[in-house]
Design a protein around this ligand. Structure first.
Ligand code: WT7
Length: 646
């Protein structure tokens, strides 16, 4: 597919869209000319208890301080629930829940959501949870997850969701970092016909989490679990007799809404902190613009609420906009490879948002499972989490969307709160593989390694030169790390960690991470995390981990392992190490390849030359580049000779 392949916006799509090309241009100009005026208008998309007078107060230099709408007062749960009920839309379905088992589903109206959120909020208050307290959520994809998030928002508690696929150790370190006082979990999760022992994992984690005083447990599968007296209580017992209304806490615009841990290039995962008003405005704004969302439509984002995509585009964005949001407990290939399309037809889904890794794996199975279902309700298709290769893009467009549905390839990050670069379905011609243009109000730039801003068509490091309301405010408990990570590489700008190319039309093509973060099936993983898991094994002396190209996952995890003296490599040990990393971090960190390395390529000052390791993993061994600074060139020869073929 040549770079200049363009899929024009069809006139019949542009004419019905909320935003056409002309309006897109006008918005972009307005946001450029008068950002304060622009956001003063857009902030009215959410409900305020007291409207702010100050709009933007941000600085990317010095200590870095980001404040939006700073004298406003609101409660996020009111924007997502109360106001829809008050506007007479209480009977509209807020969440369609589709179970892992195709015979189980449920519809929850806005009125019902409101009641459930208020009851849980009252139960939490009864347990002593107050404004500013941290609450950990370790739940599967069940309605309780959304209820839990909004109940936290209602009482002003800061939620920290930990993905259900994380291990007890990973859960424990996240709870410890933010000293959560309450944990919300379930007996078990269910995915692809298998159960996930959430409560058992939680019990294991809580052995090292003295801050947790209470655990509320949702009964999901009905599986047997241990309940600890005085600490654990069943969800329905905690909530059943609570009043059905609950006074929302008055929150300042800049009070924290949630923490979400994400991997960086060094050290342990960092707690990305988002605050109330700016995040919610951004969630609502981007959900409406990017998906051209229209009232009454059914919208389905296939992410898990454990990731930021689930936060912004299953819960906060859609519910702020009064949408019907589909929440799916299962996986794309259970019970059959056609599950997505079966669900699309069953619930008449209009907007569908998924990850390239899912598209690639379905593409492998051919067109028949897709064509078996009508999909005629579909109107807009979205992609998120990693670069989508043009082949997968075209398959999505041609086979899934029957060349009817525009595709929005949305670039963003946990840190950005919501989408920053994406086409708008009725306004921006698409190019397969490109996230296209920034949304109105977003100012990306490309810089070279010395920080020089590149003009016109160019390739470089992707930075954002000014703040937008949805931007993260700090790393929880470590503002210095926030400043260092994002604002020290290129002074005065936010550094994304991604590389990108900009073509002659100003379109952005994300090329991937330029740091030691890898993207495995759209899940972000720090190579340092996998390395520290490996070296924690008693037989491992040293480890270096890099990403390698992977047909389905985008990137796979390639590990170089040096054993302690006296230990012998074996297939059994290889399996043991894979299992070890899964146990330490979680199944998403499963190594794809382990290579026994008698030594690692190091400079004379002892720094591992990862560039070389990446090349070997990618099987680009004839392009190793400059190896003259290696302390011992023989090490590389051995690694090249013994690379693990896949
Ligand atoms: C990283 C952020 C975005 C929410 C889910 C992942 C990569 C994300 C795209 C895209 C190319 C993408 C980037 C980014 N990424 N979307 N459309 N095209 N790359 O959030 O876990 O914070 O990961 O995902 O490398 O930095 P995350």
């Amino acid at each position: 597919m040549p770079d200049d392949a363009v899929i024009a916006v069809k006139p019949e799509i542009a004419s019905k869209a909320g935003i056409n090309a002309e309006r897109h241009r006008a918005m972009t100009e307005a946001a450029e000319r008068d950002p304060e005026g622009f956001w003063r208008g857009e902030m009215r998309r959410i409900a305020w208890m007291k409207e702010p007078t100050r709009i933007k107060n941000t600085s990317f230099t010095g200590d870095v301080s980001i404040k939006w709408f700073e004298d406003g007062v609101l409660n996020a749960s009111v924007s997502c629930l109360d106001r829809h009920v008050e506007a007479g839309n209480g009977d509209r379905v807020a969440i369609i829940w589709e179970g892992d088992d195709p015979n189980s589903d449920a519809k929850v109206t806005y009125r019902e959501m409101h009641r459930r959120v208020c009851q849980l909020a009252n139960a939490m208050r009864g347990m002593g949870v107050k404004k500013g307290d941290r609450v950990c959520i370790y739940l599967p994809m069940i309605v309780e997850a959304a209820v839990a998030m909004l109940a936290c928002a209602r009482v002003g508690a800061v939620h920290s969701i930990v993905f259900g696929g994380f291990s007890p150790d990973s859960l424990a370190s996240r709870i410890q970092d933010s000293e959560c006082s309450l944990l919300l979990t379930a007996d078990e999760g269910r995915r692809g016909g298998r159960s996930v022992p959430l409560k058992k994992n939680a019990d294991e984690a809580l052995k090292t989490c003295p801050s947790v005083k209470h655990v509320i447990v949702a009964r999901n599968t009905g599986g047997q679990v241990a309940m600890q007296d005085g600490r654990d209580v069943w969800w329905e017992e905690a909530c059943g007799s609570q009043p059905e209304t609950c006074e929302p806490e008055r929150m300042n615009a800049e009070d924290p809404l949630f923490i979400l841990y994400t991997s960086g290039s060094t050290g342990k995962p960092k707690g990305v902190l988002h605050t109330t008003a700016g995040y919610l405005v951004w969630a609502s704004y981007t959900h409406e613009l990017v998906f051209d969302y229209r009232p009454g439509e059914v919208y389905w984002c296939t992410a898990d609420v454990g990731w930021v995509t689930g936060h912004t585009y299953i819960v906060y964005g859609p519910l702020a906009n009064g949408a019907t949001s589909l929440m799916f407990e299962g996986v794309p290939n259970y019970p059959g490879i056609d599950r997505f399309w079966q669900v699309v037809d069953k619930h008449k889904v209009n907007i569908f948002y998924t990850a390239p890794t899912a598209i690639r794996s379905l593409m492998r199975e051919g067109e028949a499972p897709v064509k078996k279902h009508s999909r005629k309700s579909l109107r807009v298709l979205g992609s998120v989490g990693e670069p989508i290769n043009p082949e997968a893009w075209m398959w999505y467009y041609r086979v899934v969307g029957d060349e009817r549905c525009p595709i929005v390839d949305t670039w963003w990050q946990t840190e950005t709160g919501g989408i920053l670069i994406s086409p708008l379905p009725g306004a921006v011609p698409q190019k397969p593989g490109s996230a296209t243009l920034p949304l109105p109000g977003v100012k990306p730039a490309l810089v070279d390694n010395d920080g020089k801003v590149l003009e016109g068509a160019a390739e470089g490091n992707l930075v954002i030169t000014d703040s937008w309301p949805g931007q993260m405010r700090t790393v929880y408990g470590d503002h210095e790390r926030f400043v260092q990570t994002y604002f020290s590489s290129f002074k005065g700008t936010y550094f994304t960690g991604d590389g990108a190319r900009r073509d002659a039309d100003g379109y952005y093509w994300i090329t991937g991470r330029v740091d030691d973060v890898i993207n495995v099936s759209g899940h972000r993983m720090g190579t340092a995390e996998v390395e520290s898991a490996l070296v924690a094994h008693p037989k491992v002396a040293e480890a270096a981990v890099v990403g390698m190209p992977h047909d389905l996952k985008g990137q796979g995890i390639y590990c170089y392992v040096t054993l302690v003296a006296g230990e012998e490599p074996s297939d059994a040990l290889r399996k043991e190490l894979v299992a070890w990393v899964r146990k330490e971090i979680g199944p998403i960190a499963s190594p794809d390849a382990i290579q026994w390395a008698p030594g690692l390529p190091k400079t004379r000052s002892g720094k591992i030359m990862r560039r070389i390791l990446r090349k070997i993993a990618a099987n680009e061994t004839d392009a190793l580049g400059d190896t003259s600074t290696l302390a011992d060139p023989a090490v590389v020869e051995d690694l090249v000779e013994n690379r693990v073929a896949r």
